[in-house]
Write a protein that binds this ligand. Structure first.
Ligand SMILES: [Zn+2]
Length: 234
């Protein structure tokens, strides 16, 4: 199966659903990790221009760690607008290029403006990508596919309807997170947050809910043309 993960920032996938991405690779899926923003505001000392280059390398290293492909739209943080036509067309091109059978993205009630914009952009773009008369750079028309929403940081207002057991790949999830050293060191130095511990606690909490050691939670977007009788998650 072809699976497209679309997040706003370079570490969102690692925080919320990297264990699931690894399990998909292990079962033979073609997995693409895509960030729409470049993370250029994710530090207070490193200048944006330098930071975005560093974060691109971090994301590429994380995707390569599990053998996933990596794509980015390279938009500046907080410069991503849901109602911006050229951005929507660029997301349509990504979807047409990948031709996913499943998309995993942010929930529309996530906590951060870029995350909410991504959620809306992906929903709109995946619909438009299926219409032959909707012209974009990529001419290939692709079918509408199911969308699953990933968890949010802190699990606020998010009640998973499906869980993936990541107990056997928790070390891989943390190794992917460790690729994002700009974020781990920044959060430790400036906010005294141990981000590895934070992500471990949230994964453990979802694990407790699902009766396993570590898990990741998802909500399927319910709507016409988006449903299936198959279990899509590992
Ligand atoms: Zn983010």
């Amino acid at each position: 199966m072809k699976v497209l993960f679309v997040s706003a920032h370079p570490d969102d996938i690692e925080i919320n659903c990297a264990g699931t991405a690894k399990r998909m690779v292990d079962r033979g899926d073609e997995v693409v990790l895509c960030n729409l923003c470049n993370g250029d505001m994710g530090h207070v000392v490193i200048p944006s221009e330098k930071l975005k280059e560093m974060r691109l390398k971090e994301s590429r290293a994380s995707a390569a760690f599990i053998g996933a492909k990596y794509m980015t739209l390279n938009t500046g943080d907080l410069r991503l607008y849901h109602q911006h036509e050229a951005t929507r067309d660029a997301v349509i091109d990504i979807i047409r290029k990948v031709n996913p059978e499943l998309i995993i993205t942010h929930s529309p009630n996530d906590y951060m403006p870029d995350h909410i914009a991504v959620s809306k952009l992906v929903f709109d773009a995946s619909f438009c990508a299926s219409l032959p008369h909707y012209a974009s750079k990529e001419s290939a028309v692709v079918p509408i596919c199911p969308i699953y929403y990933m968890d949010n940081l802190g699990a606020f207002g998010f009640s998973p309807t499906e869980y993936v057991d990541i107990s056997g790949v928790m070390d891989v999830k943390l190794a992917m997170l460790r690729c994002h050293q700009t974020q781990l060191t920044w959060l430790k130095d400036h906010d005294h947050i141990d981000f590895e511990e934070t992500v471990t606690v949230f994964s453990r909490m979802r694990g407790l809910q699902a009766g396993v050691k570590y898990a990741e939670g998802f909500v399927q977007m319910a709507g016409w043309g988006r449903m299936t009788t198959k279990r899509l998650l590992p």
